[in-house]
Design a protein. Structure first.
Length: 234
């Protein structure tokens, strides 16, 4: 990332706005990863619960859209700001403010998709939409159940307004892609084999590499509806 001019820094200090289900699970995971976590929650009773549930996190009772409170809690020096309250308006306001006063990585939860086209034009960082995440899990499950090759779709993400899919496949022993080196395979147009994971090592594949049974392979493609790794072949 640094070599191509994109600033990348380790995340150590995280501020989470919203102590609901999202905030709780995220806070727990991040504290277990030894990050310094602050959770800003408006409901005092919920703050008491979070204080017991995540003792390693700092729980702050207040409104995440309160400018003075955010400044007092050092939003200007935090490494990441994650807005996951139940109100899109609050999440957007906090994200815009964080973008203005800090260099933090910003993640914004958006529930309503009616203004999805507009969101791409405003600086609110990465957006997370629960409905999209749920839909991707359902699609992944359905494809895995329909797959006749045994090379299951482990992960699926849609990008660029759903025009591109990134998929992760587990490779079955009988998969046809294992029969030759990648450079010898006839792969469909607009399909890229991005990485191969083998024995906990990540391989950036070249034409001389081969896909082996048991590998986990990530593919990016504009060909929609792939159900198995062999379907990348023309």
């Amino acid at each position: 990332m640094n070599k191509i001019g994109i600033k990348a820094k380790p995340i150590r200090k995280v501020m989470i706005a919203g102590g609901g289900t999202f905030g709780y699970y995220l806070g727990r995971i991040l504290t277990e990863a030894r990050m310094q976590v602050k959770i800003v929650e408006q409901n005092e009773a919920r703050c008491m619960e979070l204080n017991e549930l995540i003792p390693k996190a700092m729980i702050i009772n207040g409104n995440a859209t309160d400018k003075q409170l955010m400044l007092e809690e050092d939003i200007e020096t935090t490494d990441a700001v994650i807005a996951v309250t139940n109100l899109d308006e609050e999440n957007l306001l906090l994200a815009l403010y964080a973008n203005k006063v800090s260099d933090a990585k910003i993640i914004t939860r958006i529930n309503r998709l009616s203004f999805e086209d507009v969101l791409g034009d405003i600086p609110i960082g990465s957006t997370v939409t629960p409905k999209d995440i749920t839909a991707e899990y359902i699609i992944r499950y359905v494809r895995s159940m329909q797959n006749s090759y045994g090379s299951n779709v482990e992960t699926l993400y849609r990008m660029v307004d759903n025009q591109v899919e990134a998929l992760e496949f587990n490779v079955d022993p009988d998969a046809r892609v294992t029969k030759a080196a990648i450079g010898e395979l006839k792969i469909k147009k607009n399909t890229l084999i991005c990485s191969i994971s083998r024995n906990k090592k990540v391989i950036r594949p070249t034409g001389r590499d081969s896909i082996l049974p048991g590998d986990s392979v990530i593919v990016v493609t504009t060909n929609r509806g792939l159900n198995g790794i062999d379907e990348i072949l023309s």
